[in-house]
Design a protein around this ligand. Structure first.
Ligand code: UDP
Length: 531
């Protein structure tokens, strides 16, 4: 059966009918609020004929973070200022799959997971393995554990069908248990031996993973906007749902308060005194709808340094706010920062929201040294004296997310080794990275992106020749740094274990061989001609 673009989300409402709790309420209300935009984006996709229809997939969505005991803890946090970014992503993913015409099952119950994916009770103690009835299973790290428990031996066989929502990403060096262990890349997460592209991130953090993203509020198009949409009050909203996020920031917040009327949406535990400065108007944690209304009136959205890399700054920019956020110098990473410690990534985080800093930038995003009062004040004055239009990167619109997810479902096949390569080899732009740089940054320097799926195409001795390099010897190594060239002794290394191919890998003494490719404007995950 072909997947037909749907013009209603009723299929999704049906599949979440029996779920309950604050997290599912958040998801449902987000989907409902955005439903008209999803439907319009679907219609546009159908008219454009840019994308061919594909077979209808049977898809299971299982956010493990909402199930079992972890789920209880998470649910408790939803209405007290806990993280909501994951829920944003689950809401948008499920809306997107519904519009694309797939057959959805949404579950947050471990017991139901056993029924849906587990072996059938057999005679005596011998359960009968059944074929998995889902073509795709979207889950998260917690869900992987649950699936392993439910599926037993079948887990290994079917794991190529899994897609893991993993906000901050998992780099290849952390992905292979034995390798991570022997090279000191071990973390609490990782080590599942999946294809790194099976991990799906919130922002395009490392190209080793697939960038799933979410759908932001959208800038009203020219002419469609109401009369007030550009009129901004001299007002700031501070980004930070909990009191602790404000600690140690009082100088910075005071500098904001001197220039603008300052608002906050900090969860206020009943019976406890607020520790926010007196000049701050705190609305308490708001529903998403009311939070977005507040942003519509504000001129500046102020980052305090935490939370990292969430959706809210993108929504604020889409509603015409300017994001003011702290620079991190030295950058934050798993080496020096409690939040990133133990996360399977070597990324160096240069500001609270590197995507906003690098992909959007001025006039929408100002990144400042938070402790430098003069710099903060000057930035605020510059912001207040410019009119800034709402902006949404295409890849974070409903249309952009539909296009991207459709391409992934059509082309990403981790189950059959003979599946056609995607992107095709014609997309490959071979580059030799400078000493010490990863392919992610080497490609970016040429305004390209690293494409891990193309590593296989350059992993032969001839790639070195094409780059004009003479090797004194070429060895195959299982390393997240291969293929690479070492100028000392002109040593060339090729890859022994394809699971270790890594855009993120870098070492001071090595020049990486890099598979770069171009990307569509505003859609970094896809290359021209790859749809
Ligand atoms: N949000 C909300 N009420 C508020 C503040 C934020 O519903 O008072 C929403 C916001 O619209 C965003 C989501 O919370 O979509 C996640 O926000 P954030 O960027 O803080 O990411 P998190 O750290 O929660 O994952």
């Amino acid at each position: 059966e072909k997947a037909e673009i749907r013009t209603s989300l009723s299929h999704l409402y049906e599949s979440i009918r029996n779920t309950s709790g604050p997290a599912m309420r958040f998801i449902r209300s987000r989907v409902e609020r955005m439903s008209e935009r999803w439907i319009q984006a679907g219609l546009k996709m159908r008219q454009s004929n840019r994308t061919a229809p594909l077979t209808q997939m049977r898809v299971l969505l299982y956010p493990g973070a909402l199930a079992g005991s972890v789920g209880q803890h998470f649910e408790g946090m939803v209405e007290e200022g806990g993280p909501l970014g994951e829920l944003v992503q689950w809401a948008d993913l499920s809306a997107c799959l519904t519009i694309l015409g797939h057959d959805l099952t949404f579950s947050t119950s471990q017991r139901q997971l056993h029924r849906l994916t587990g072996a059938a009770p057999g005679r005596g103690s011998c359960p009968i393995q059944r074929p998995l009835t889902f073509d795709l299973i979207y889950t998260d790290y917690h869900g992987l554990n649950h699936l392993q428990g439910a599926m037993g031996l079948a887990f290994q066989y079917y794991k190529c069908r899994f897609r893991i929502l993993d906000s901050f990403g998992t780099e290849p060096a952390f992905n292979l248990g034995s390798y991570a262990h022997s090279r000191g890349f071990q973390t609490l997460w990782g080590s599942w031996g999946l294809q790194p592209l099976q991990y799906m991130t919130m922002f395009p953090h490392t190209p080793d993973n697939s960038f799933l993203g979410f759908a932001s509020e959208e800038a009203a198009r020219e002419g469609e906007s109401g009369p007030d949409s550009h009129r901004k009050h001299r007002m700031a909203v501070v980004y930070g749902k909990q009191h602790y996020m404000w600690q140690g920031k009082s100088e910075y917040v005071a500098a904001i308060g001197e220039e603008l009327e300052t608002h906050a949406t900090v969860y206020q535990p009943p019976g406890r005194a607020s520790t926010l400065p007196g000049f701050v108007t705190n609305h308490g944690l708001l529903t998403q709808h009311r939070f977005l209304q507040l942003l519509r009136r504000a001129k500046v959205f102020v980052g305090l340094g935490f939370p990292y890399e969430g959706p809210a700054p993108i929504e604020a920019i889409a509603l015409g706010c300017v994001l003011l956020q702290p620079r991190f110098d030295p950058p934050h990473s798993s080496e020096n920062n409690d939040f990133y410690k133990g996360k399977p990534t070597t990324r160096q985080i240069s500001s609270q929201h590197p995507y906003a800093e690098e992909f959007i930038g001025k006039p929408h995003v100002w990144t400042v040294e938070m402790s430098n009062r003069t710099e903060v004040r000057e930035a605020l004055r510059a912001i207040l004296s410019t009119e800034v239009k709402p902006f949404t990167p295409f890849e974070l619109t409903c249309e952009g997310m539909l296009e991207r997810l459709h391409a992934y479902i059509t082309h990403q096949n981790f189950c059959s080794p003979s599946a056609p390569a995607w992107p095709p080899e014609s997309a490959l732009r071979l580059r030799l990275g400078p000493l010490g740089q990863s392919c992610a940054s080497a490609c970016r320097r040429s305004s390209l992106v690293c494409e891990p799926a193309l590593f296989r195409r350059l992993d032969g001795a001839d790639a070195f020749t094409r780059l004009g390099l003479g090797c004194s010897g070429a060895v195959r190594e299982a390393s997240h740094l291969s293929p690479a060239y070492s100028p000392w002794g002109r040593r060339c290394s090729l890859q022994l274990d394809p699971l270790l191919f890594s855009c993120a890998g870098a070492a001071p003494s090595l020049r990486r061989l890099c598979p770069c490719r171009a990307h569509l404007p505003g859609q970094v995950a896809l290359c021209p001609g790859c749809l």
